[in-house]
Design a protein around this ligand. Structure first.
Ligand code: G3P
Length: 199
């Protein structure tokens, strides 16, 4: 029973549409109607500016960290599942018509709760890729692939199969949600940081 409550709470927490809330309350707009159309931190930076973008980045990371942290008191693997469900809430939010984000920041928050060093490694990969390429989507997908490689190696030594399963699911969501970005990257039409783009 308590586990079901934890998982439902995780979904509701992940469903909090921080980018939509900030856009509607402070700017009177739905960011899904602007920029890339994504309800995420990158599009918040693009459409609403640095302060709003930084706030939404922190809020979306925190959703994953909070969802995965509280159950750690009971069971590490329930916490991983709660984190995964929070990410599903972020992608398909009940509070925003099931039109949510691309899973990057909230997934990062889950990994921060479970393994802060892993989070730091992925943050470094993300920042380095972004600095070199200027493509947030490429940095996100590169970090996701790095996460998968790390999780496979980690699981080889620790036999932590639930961790590997959750990382595979998170990586799947991130890559699946970046389908359109990857097509644009291939075609050379993906905008770099600081440039505006159409849906
Ligand atoms: O985390 C999302 C980012 O990788 C891409 O977002 O808005 O450029 O499609 P966006």
């Amino acid at each position: 029973m308590i586990q079901a409550l934890i998982l439902i709470s995780a979904y509701l927490l992940g469903s909090i549409p921080s980018g939509l809330i900030v856009g509607k309350i402070f700017f009177g707009i739905d960011i899904r109607e602007h920029g890339s159309g994504n309800l995420g931190a990158t599009n918040t930076f693009r459409v609403l500016g640095k302060k709003a973008g930084a706030f939404v980045t922190a809020a979306d990371i925190l959703k994953g960290t909070a969802a995965a942290s509280l159950p750690l008191l009971f069971d590490a693997h329930v916490s991983l599942l709660a984190g995964l469900i929070a990410v599903i809430g972020h992608i398909f939010p009940i509070f925003a018509g099931f039109r949510g984000g691309k899973a990057v920041a909230t997934s990062a928050g889950v990994l921060l709760a479970y393994n802060p060093l892993f989070f730091l490694l992925l943050a470094a990969v993300f920042i380095i890729t972004l600095s070199i390429s200027k493509y947030v989507s490429l940095a996100s997908v590169t970090a996701a692939v790095t996460a998968l490689i790390y999780a496979i190696i980690y699981t080889y030594y620790t036999e932590d199969i639930p961790f590997l399963a959750v990382v595979i699911a998170l990586v799947f969501f991130v890559i699946y949600r970046h389908r359109a970005n990857m097509i644009r990257l291939k075609n050379g039409t993906e905008p770099k940081v600081g440039k505006n783009k159409k849906k």
